[in-house]
Design a protein around this ligand. Structure first.
Ligand code: SAH
Length: 371
């Protein structure tokens, strides 16, 4: 048994079953053994691969998006260029490279990375030093980022945040909990015997109509982070872009999944050894944005957003510069993975958030999905 499994088991035997969110916090973020704390999970040889690791075009277009937002803010002489959950730092490094020639933009940019993993902080420092950017600081959360307008990016960050799960049983919602097995040498799911407090359950028509046996997932941590972000954009000015796989309407369902070495596994197996993610409920996050008085843009699809940001032009430039047919084909294949509806093109959604004075946000023109 791993040290993290023993720690989780001892905690349950001492305090009782954990919520799914508490289990995820331990599995992903335990400060000694958590999945993200102990390793770099990204890439072909890791457990999963993300858009910036697939093609440089992704980070380049997000760099162009950031620069366009800076222009629409009136080119402030200082702004906070924030990334949440920057992984290996590839997206930010590509964004920096793509905006190098833009007069005044880099001089105004202070980079702030929100990252909990010491291993990935080191990878990010290396990636940014290769593009010659030293003015970088790391934070636990956005509230630590000093004052000034914010331009924020988050790719596959929210899907890694803890979710709580509830099942409808004879017309009441019961929380799913993680307990030890009867022989105490494993973990199993159980349902709370008490009904969940109503404020934990999204108050939408589809959720109210869920039949017995149906599930609902919520991510209070994601909602808290989006609230802080939207408040900050309203008070300091700026915009954010959130990219993740997920749904545009709050709907019943259970999406928590475990991935190790590019293969799905059992959520409760090997805590700390496999990635745990859940679909992002953009509808729930959007309600928080509006509640905070910020503007919500989209969500649209990754395909529509990247095309609106000029993907076809950038793809042609790269194709013109290739050294061989093979290289050209591999660039085209990588770009296709980002936008093809059979790959990431429509499963991945993009939501913008801005201060009220940015009523139109680049990348989101006519492409919002129907609500
Ligand atoms: N954006 C990157 C990495 C995605 S993986 C990419 O697209 O490649 C998720 C990232 O979020 C990792 O960097 C992970 O360490 C970080 N992360 C997860 N939970 C976090 C938390 N609670 N606070 C800060 N960073 C977190």
């Amino acid at each position: 048994m791993s040290p993290l499994f023993n720690h989780i088991r001892a905690r349950i035997l001492r305090d009782g079953p954990l919520s799914v969110a508490q289990f995820m916090e331990e599995a992903l973020g335990n400060r000694d053994y958590g999945y993200y704390i102990t390793r770099d999970p990204l890439g072909a040889r890791g457990d999963f691969i993300t858009a910036p690791e697939i093609s440089q075009v992704f980070g380049e277009l997000l760099g162009m998006w950031s620069a366009s937002v800076w222009e629409s803010l009136g080119r402030p002489s200082l702004f906070r260029w924030v990334e949440m959950g920057p992984g290996r730092g590839t997206l930010m490094a590509d964004a920096i490279r793509a905006t190098r020639r833009l007069d005044g933009f880099h001089a105004a940019a202070n980079i702030h990375l929100i990252e909990s993993s010491p291993v990935l902080q080191t990878a990010q420092a290396n990636a940014l030093s290769t593009v010659g950017f030293k003015d970088v600081s790391w934070h636990r959360d956005l509230s630590q980022v000093p004052e000034g307008p914010v331009i924020c990016m988050a790719n596959e960050f929210f899907d890694a945040l803890p979710v709580r799960q509830f099942q409808k049983v004879v017309s009441s919602w019961r929380e799913r909990l993680v307990d030890v097995t009867e022989t105490k040498d494993g973990l199993r799911f159980v349902l709370s015997t008490a009904a969940a407090k109503p404020h934990f359950i999204p108050d939408t028509e589809t959720i109210r109509k869920t039949a017995d046996g149906g599930w609902v997932e919520t991510s209070p941590t994601s909602m808290r982070i989006v609230h802080t972000l939207a408040d900050r954009l309203v008070s300091s000015g700026g915009a954010a872009v959130i990219i993740d796989y997920g749904h545009t309407q709050t709907a019943p369902g259970e999406t928590l999944q475990a991935v190790q070495n590019h293969t799905f596994g059992d959520v409760l197996d090997h805590p700390g050894e496999q990635d745990l993610t859940a679909h992002v409920d953009f509808d729930a996050l959007g309600r928080i944005v509006l509640h905070a008085g910020a503007v919500k843009h989209g969500p649209t699809t990754q395909n529509a957003y990247l095309n609106a940001m000029g993907l076809p032009i950038r793809a042609r430039q790269l194709a013109a510069a290739v050294a061989s047919v093979d290289q050209g084909q591999s660039i085209a294949r990588a770009i296709d993975r980002l936008v093809n509806p059979e790959h990431m093109g429509t499963l991945f959604k993009v939501m913008g958030i801005s201060a009220p004075n940015l009523a139109n946000l680049v990348g989101f023109s006519q492409s919002s999905l129907p609500q």
